[in-house]
Design a protein around this ligand. Sequence first.
Ligand code: TYM
Length: 355
Amino acid sequence: MADFTQRVFSGVQPSGNLHLGNYLGAVRRWVALQDSYPCIFCVVDLHAITVYQDPSALETATREVAAAYLAAGIDAKAHIVFNQSRVPEHAELAWLFNCVVRLGWLNRMTQFKDKAGKDREAASAGLYVYPALMAADILAYRATHVPVGEDQKQHLELTRDIAAKFNHDYAARIAERGLGVPMTMGEQEVQGFFPLTEPLIEGPATRVMSLRDGTKKMSKSDPSDLSRINLTDDEDQISKKIRKAKTDPDGLPSELAGLAGRPEADNLVGIYAALAGRSREAVLAEFGGRQFSEFKPALADLAVASLSPVSARMREHLADPAGIDAVLRDGAERARAIAAETIAQTKAIMGLLND
Ligand code: TYM
């Protein structure tokens, strides 16, 4: 039976410093996937402008995110790295999906509620339809796997809903044009044009929390820089932030159950596990019974040893902005070749004359 070509797509917004959450929850996991799938990694600048961005800061941040991808070990020759606005098909498919997605679905999106805050009326229309653009990013390449952190789960469910509704609404036309791939939807065998993308949300760091408050996600927008470790932080800053990280007075437990109700302890153990490529259980087996005064320096050493080479390589890339732009331009060209074909087929399926 024919199947969708396996392909990975993911992205990061260039809306501020990349932090440890982005790195452990996403970028570092992408590096490992490169051996198993053809991958497309995007700097999603059209998503960033759903809230106002200073134009020159946006240019800098776009190059910084691209530099972080390369520094982390993404191979831009074997795979594809580009910035979203260079491939106009993303915006085009987003419009088509705006006509598929239902208002009721968008109204459920918690990220919109969080980002719009109390004054919904003042939020941009782009922020509201953001999830349709995200679905377009993924489905322009008919990507089958999307590695992200936990906070993107709801958006990926919406992406599947959009794909399923499109496949359902245009089922006859997809079959008639021979553009479908056999797939199972519920109990039924149907011809689908878009895959139902699998989220890959795995490992001990799918939700890295703030170093100042273990109940809040580590985020670019937290006003306290002590709440996050940025990929551009130097060794002293990394060590200082870990030293100052909030903890509780108890020592570390030997078993996972002992982390229940201790969000800060849980977070630091998760970070250690992700950096060391070990499970939380293994970390607790080693550090159980020890105090944070011992654990924190070990964590700081590990964080410095893992992150310093990445930030050093990032600085090297950033010293050559023209080199980064060349990578992004080349990636966009290759991405566009794939996306353009998907859009042409999508339009033909929908009855939009375009040849
Ligand atoms: P963004 O830019 O907020 O974050 C980029 C990636 O980092 C992950 N992440 C985290 N993981 C663990 N702990 C954290 N504290 C943490 N904070 C962020 C995010 O889950 C994400 O994987 N909407 C997306 C960008 C996007 C995208 C896409 C992703 C646009 N189109 C298509 C995948 C596929 C976003 O705002 O991510």
